[in-house]
Design a protein around this ligand. Structure first.
Ligand code: FAD
Length: 446
């Protein structure tokens, strides 16, 4: 009999923290993930706006786990799970693989939801992956470049109108950063246009930005954004979109077409397609966002050997945040370890401890909500910097991030402004070429 085999799908917070927490356990771990890196999603917006490079927020998983001898990392896209035979089916491009498991931990996270309007994705990339952030970087800086070439003032306005959809933390952070980029970073660099004339709009269907932070902080965030020059439009829904515009409907039902070339989608979450696969194979239920409803011990019904954690699990009162993934990962690792030792687990039911929420608005401005403590402004921004630095994996990444923050926050310069045509067009070009043109690892879809 070999050692107990734990297969972990995903190398995000859920996958990585489960792997690390099992480092001393008598198990063989196989981590299978569709990207070779561990992505720190909370700082994606800084990659998109030229503050950080992708390597700083996405170190190689293989490097992180180099010294963990009981863990192996494989790059591949999991497509199916045979829950009877206990085998994971996956592929690396056109190479098909099968990996058997005794315990399976599914930490495949969530993607962007366009609320049934998937064609919006063509015009407004989401913010979930390194690819998304680099495409957005190319689109944002590219809009200024195109505007510099234009003679027609209407077309210049269209190119210099940036629309961010969704006023959660990511939308607020993106809008604030694009505004700073336009007003400060790019000042004096163009000859035909004044980048500071750019419009930045932040749209949301809710009455205030950052609904999870409560009314008071939402109001303060709105005022701070407006003080920077961001146009915040709340109670406003996007009804349509094309390459040149966004159409919106406000609370009174007034429809308006906003000419805008560069759009960012930061609204809506949809569980990974692996959630549906698991539901079909095990009879587990999905919630409206496609997340898997798990039992109190985070297993799926009738399958004590299959755990779903992080953004893909649906558990009442647990938000889709890093702490949800980290805490569920540690809980599952402790449970698996206790089972193998035949010991009582420290806890048989998962309980979530809310550690609060935070978001930056702009340089030296942030909002923090931890229990009864509500902070805004500079102290909140310092707390935000400290905590985010703490959770970046890897000392090298932490040091380089700190250096880049100094450059950006003290001089307002951005050190990561490189953009390429491939970043800008590759996603849509691949979609147009179709499945035959690339392996499934690239497209991820049938
Ligand atoms: C832009 C943004 C900003 C955020 N900001 C914050 C914040 O400030 N604070 C906070 O607490 N949380 C924040 N979050 C949420 C937080 O990042 C997530 O809750 C957390 O990453 C969830 O971890 P996870 O492991 O469940 O999923 P993920 O981190 O998404 O990891 C999923 C993993 O599964 C892999 N995968 C997916 N499908 C497959 C497949 N079929 N086969 C193989 N591998 C697969 C992926 O490659 C990835 O490695 C933010 C999220 C985003 C997108």
């Amino acid at each position: 009999m070999g050692r107990h085999r734990v297969v972990i799908i995903g190398s995000g917070f859920g996958g990585l923290f489960t792997t690390r927490a099992l480092s001393r356990s008598d198990v063989d771990i196989t981590v299978i993930a569709r990207t070779g890196h561990h992505l720190f999603q909370p700082l994606l917006y800084q990659v998109a706006t030229g503050i950080l490079s992708e390597g700083e927020i996405a170190p190689a998983t293989r490097e992180i786990l180099r010294d963990q001898r009981n863990a192996r990392v494989l790059l591949g896209l999991v497509e199916d799970i045979d829950t009877d035979a206990r085998v994971v089916h996956w592929r690396n491009h056109n190479r098909l693989e099968e990996t058997p498991y005794d315990t399976l931990v599914v930490a495949a996270g969530a993607g962007q939801s366009y609320f049934g309007n998937d064609h919006f994705a063509t015009f407004a990339p989401g913010m979930k992956t390194i690819d998304d952030a680099l495409e957005l970087r190319a689109r944002i800086f590219g809009a200024f470049e195109l505007a510099e070439l234009e003679q027609d003032p209407d077309r210049v306005r269209e190119l210099l109108t940036f629309v961010v959809v969704g006023a959660g933390p990511t939308g607020v952070e993106m809008a604030g950063q694009i505004r700073e980029l336009a007003s400060k970073t790019l000042r004096g660099e163009f000859r035909s246009i004044d980048p500071a004339q750019a419009r930045v709009l932040l749209l949301d269907g809710a009455p205030l930005p950052l609904p999870v932070f409560g009314r008071k902080l939402g109001k303060r965030t709105q005022l701070a954004l407006e003080g920077l020059g961001v146009e915040v439009r709340t109670s406003t829904l996007v009804t349509d979109m094309d390459a040149e515009s966004v159409t919106v409907r406000d609370a009174e039902g007034t429809i308006e077409r906003i000419p805008s070339v560069c759009k960012v989608w930061a609204a809506g979450v949809q569980g990974s397609p692996l959630g549906r696969v698991l539901a079909e194979r095990t009879g587990a239920q999905l919630d409206r966002a496609g997340r898997v409803q798990v039992g109190p011990d985070l297993t799926v019904p009738d399958h004590p050997e299959i755990f779903v954690i992080g953004d893909l699990m649906s558990v009442e009162g647990v938000p889709g945040v890093a702490q949800g993934a980290i805490q569920s990962a540690r809980f599952v690792a402790a449970l698996v370890d206790a089972r193998l030792k035949g010991a009582e687990p420290a806890a048989s039911h998962f309980t979530y401890t809310d550690r609060g929420s935070m978001a930056t608005i702009a340089r030296f401005k942030a909002v923090v909500s931890v229990g009864r403590v509500k902070m805004t402004g500079f102290p909140a921004w310092l707390a935000w910097c400290f905590l985010h630095l703490l959770y970046i994996v890897g000392f090298k990444q932490q040091v380089i991030t700190l250096v880049h923050w100094f450059i950006s926050f003290l001089s307002r310069a951005r050190s990561e402004r490189t953009t390429t045509n491939q970043q800008m067009v590759a996603r849509l070009a691949l979609e147009r070429l179709g499945e035959g043109s690339s392996g499934k690892l690239v497209t991820g879809e049938e």
